[in-house]
Design a protein around this ligand. Structure first.
Ligand code: ZN
Length: 265
């Protein structure tokens, strides 16, 4: 009880600190979604960023030198998923590791016959269930860029973090009410099956075909589309859009187009 009280009053103090003007310039330059947010949401986001940056460790890897600009850009998009909600600021996460670009990572897979395949693959980001999230900076900067679709690696990996909060990464994050969780599962399962069918037929959708890999990837990919291409998602996948809108307590399809020069168009 006491620890909780100390944590919540410390966080409140952090949220109310003046936001450094240099950080505001970073948001306006490198976070296109910031320009789309209604002003009260921008204010709430700035508060969350201050808590996030005070609580999470950031480390450069592969020669990347960590800067405030990198930290603020990543924190802003991570905290976008927390707006309007009761949040404990990704309690399972302690550190964010950033590479300059795609990085090699070892993998090991066991197929149904028990045969183990091991090797390395190139990655733009990954989220571990406990402790660490890894990102490629080059890929972070691709969000909001014309021609990149609904791509947003930060939003993708942090959706995995939310998904893992109930102890299992399965495409269903924590819901306090069972009926709400059931409704979510029914909607997402139907949309997931549809994306699997569309992917095998080569039909293009606002949802990245990578979402057909598993329900967990589907939730992450759907969250990217919800924030990066909300109008298209609402038009073509209304039930999914409404489910995400209830969970995130946001309605990005209603946001005006960016009000910051140089932001999204
Ligand atoms: Zn993923």
């Amino acid at each position: 009880m006491t620890v909780l009280f100390v944590t919540s009053s410390r966080r409140k103090r952090l949220r109310n600190q003046p936001f450094p003007p240099a950080w505001e310039r970073v948001l306006e330059r490198d976070v296109p979604l910031y320009g789309s947010l209604p002003p009260p949401d921008r204010e709430e986001l700035r508060g969350h960023i201050q808590v996030f940056l005070a609580e999470k460790q950031f480390d450069g890897a592969g020669g990347l030198v960590m800067t405030d600009g990198i930290r603020v850009t990543i924190a802003a998009q991570a905290c976008l998923l927390l707006l309007h909600r009761e949040t404990d600021y990704y309690p399972g996460l302690s550190s964010v590791v950033v590479y300059p670009g795609e990085y090699e990572a070892p993998y090991e897979e066991v197929d149904e016959a028990g045969v183990v395949t091991a090797g390395t693959d190139r990655r733009s980001g990954e989220s571990w269930e406990r402790g660490t999230l890894v990102l490629s900076w080059e890929d972070v900067l691709m969000s909001g860029v014309d021609g990149e679709g609904a791509y947003n690696v930060v939003i993708h990996e942090f959706a995995h973090q939310l998904d893992a909060e109930d102890g299992v990464t399965d495409g269903t994050p924590f819901f306090p009410k069972r009926a709400v969780q059931k409704h979510w599962q029914r909607t997402l399962e139907a949309e997931y099956e549809k994306l699997r069918e569309d992917s095998t037929r080569g039909k293009v959708s606002v949802l990245d075909p990578y979402g057909s890999e598993s329900p967990a990837e589907f939730f992450a990919v759907a969250t990217e589309a919800f924030f990066e291409a909300p109008r298209e998602l609402r038009e073509h996948h209304l039930a999914l859009y409404e489910e995400l809108s209830r969970y995130y307590r946001q309605d990005p399809a209603s946001w005006p187009l960016s009000t910051i020069d140089g932001g999204i168009s």
